[in-house]
Design a protein around this ligand. Structure first.
Ligand SMILES: Cc1ncc(COP(=O)(O)O)c(C=O)c1O
Length: 387
C-alpha cells in the first residue's frame, strides 16, 4: 500500500489531555492573573467568569450550582460520592474502566452494601431501564475507554426520589446533556475543550443541595471533599471562592476555551463539530475490511472517544498478546511518523485504536488521519507475515 501524502495538521488525537483548539498559542493566556491571590477581586472574577460562561454555553439551569473543585474530574466525582452516598440504596451502571473504578470505590472504599451493580463488557452497555428511581443512580455518560456512551437519558425519571450522579467528563461540550436529568454532573477541563488539567467542575441540582444539607455521611471527609459547613452548603465554592488554591493559568485557559466555544456558536456548534468527526470515521469504517467500532450498537457510538477494534479474520485468530502488540505497533508507527499521537487503546481496554473526535479536532485532520490507519495496519501485517 502506498504511503498517504497528506498529513493531519495537528497530530494530537489523544483522549485526554485532548488537542487544544486550532490557532491556540501561549499568548491566549497573557491576561492570566498570575502571581495574584485567587481570593483577590481579579482572581475571584476570573473564577466566576468560568462559572458564568460554563452555565451559558451548557445551558445549565439557573437554580443549579456550578463549582470549581480540586483534583480534576476524579476529585469532583469522588467528592460527590463521598458527600452524598449512603443515604439510600444505589444502582450503579458501569461498562468500562472509569465506571468500574466508581463501582470499586463504592463497594471497597465506602463499603456500601445496598448496591445493585449493572455491568457490561467493553463495547456493550447495561440495561439502563433497570434504574430504580427510588434509589441513587451512578453512571458515566461517555465511557472514554470503550467509546460507548448512553444513547440518551430518557430512562431517568423526572419524578425520581434518588439522585443521579453522572461522570460526564468526555461528554459535556460534545453531547446534548440534559441537566434536568442529572443531580450531580462532573467533568474536567482537559477533555472536549482542550483546556489545562488540574481542576474539576461539579454541577449540583437543587435536590443534590438539599441532600447535602440534610444528610451527613457516617465517614469523615477530608477538607478538599467538603461542600458543607455546619450543615449548610458552602455557597462561596459556587461563586469562585475555591476550597483551595487553583492554577490561575489553567483558569485563564478554561476561559479561552469557553470564549472559543461562544465564537463558534456555542454548544450546537461544538456538538456538530464532534458529530462531523464521528461521521468521517463512520464512512471510513463502512468501507474498511479490517476496522470496526468497539461499540456494538450504533446509538451508543461515542463522538468523542472513538474506539476502533481490528476485525480482520487473520488478526482475530492471533493470541490476545499478539493482537495487543499489533495494535500498539499501529499507534507507535503513526506517532513516529508524526501523524497521530496517543491513539492506542486505554491500558485496561481491548486492543485497538482510540481516536479523539471532540470539538477541538478539525474534520480535515480526521479525514487526513484515516488513510494513514490503513497504511499503518498494512505495514504491521506485512512485517508480521515477512517474519
Ligand atoms: C470517564 C472518565 N472518568 C474519569 C476520568 C478521570 O479524569 P481526571 O483525570 O480528569 O480526573 C477520565 C479520564 O480520562 C474519564 O475519561
Amino acid at each position: 500500500m502506498t504511503q498517504p501524502t497528506l498529513k493531519p495538521k495537528n497530530p494530537c488525537f489523544s483522549s485526554g489531555p485532548c488537542a487544544k483548539r486550532t490557532d491556540w498559542e501561549l499568548s491566549a493566556l497573557k491576561d492570566a492573573a498570575l502571581g495574584r491571590s485567587h481570593r483577590a477581586k481579579i482572581g475571584k472574577a476570573k473564577l466566576q467568569e468560568v462559572i458564568d460562561r460554563t452555565r451559558s454555553v451548557l445551558n445549565i439551569p439557573e437554580d443549579y450550582k456550578i463549582g470549581i473543585v480540586p483534583a480534576s474530574d476524579t476529585g469532583a466525582f469522588e467528592m460527590a460520592m463521598w458527600s452524598l452516598l449512603g443515604e439510600r440504596g444505589i444502582d450503579i451502571f458501569a461498562w468500562e474502566s472509569f465506571g468500574d473504578g466508581w463501582v470499586s470505590d463504592i463497594v471497597k472504599q465506602l463499603k456500601l452494601e445496598d448496591v445493585n451493580k449493572y455491568e457490561a463488557d467493553y463495547g456493550k452497555i447495561p440495561d439502563l431501564s433497570q434504574a430504580d428511581s427510588s434509589r441513587d443512580v451512578i453512571f458515566t455518560y461517555n465511557g472514554t475507554t470503550s467509546g460507548v456512551k448512553v444513547p440518551n437519558t430518557d430512562w431517568i425519571a423526572d419524578d425520581r426520589e434518588g439522585l443521579t450522579l453522572c461522570d460526564a467528563t468526555s461528554a459535556v461540550f460534545a453531547m446534548d446533556v440534559d441537566f434536568s436529568k442529572l443531580d450531580v454532573t462532573t467533568w474536567s477541563w482537559q477533555k472536549v475543550m482542550g483546556g489545562e488539567a488540574a481542576h474539576g467542575m461539579i454541577v449540583l441540582s437543587p435536590r443534590a443541595v438539599a441532600r447535602l444539607e440534610s444528610y451527613t455521611p457516617a465517614w469523615p471527609l477530608p477538607k478538599i471533599f467538603r461542600l458543607t459547613k455546619g450543615g449548610k452548603l458552602i455557597e462561596g465554592i459556587f461563586k469562585g471562592a475555591t476550597i483551595n488554591t487553583p492554577s490561575m493559568l489553567a483558569v485563564e485557559d478554561a476561559i479561552d476555551g469557553l470564549k472559543w466555544a461562544e465564537s463558534l456558536g456555542g454548544l450546537p456548534a461544538l456538538i456538530e463539530r464532534s458529530n462531523a468527526n464521528l461521521e468521517t470515521v463512520k464512512e471510513w469504517v463502512a468501507k474498511s475490511d479490517w476496522a470496526d467500532f468497539l461499540a456494538e450498537s450504533d446509538e451508543t457510538i461515542s463522538n468523542t472517544s472513538i474506539c476502533i477494534k481490528i476485525v480482520d479474520a487473520q488478526h482475530i485468530s492471533l493470541s490476545a498478546d499478539e493482537q495487543n502488540a499489533r495494535a500498539k505497533q499501529i499507534a507507535s508507527i503513526l506517532e513516529s511518523e508524526g501523524i497521530a499521537y496517543d491513539i492506542g487503546s486505554y491500558r485496561d481496554a481491548p486492543a485497538g485504536i482510540r481516536i479523539w473526535g471532540g470539538a477541538t479536532i478539525e474534520k480535515a485532520d480526521m479525514e487526513d488521519l484515516l488513510p494513514w490507519l490503513d497504511w499503518a495496519y498494512a505495514q504491521v501485517k506485512e512485517k508480521a507475515q515477512a517474519a
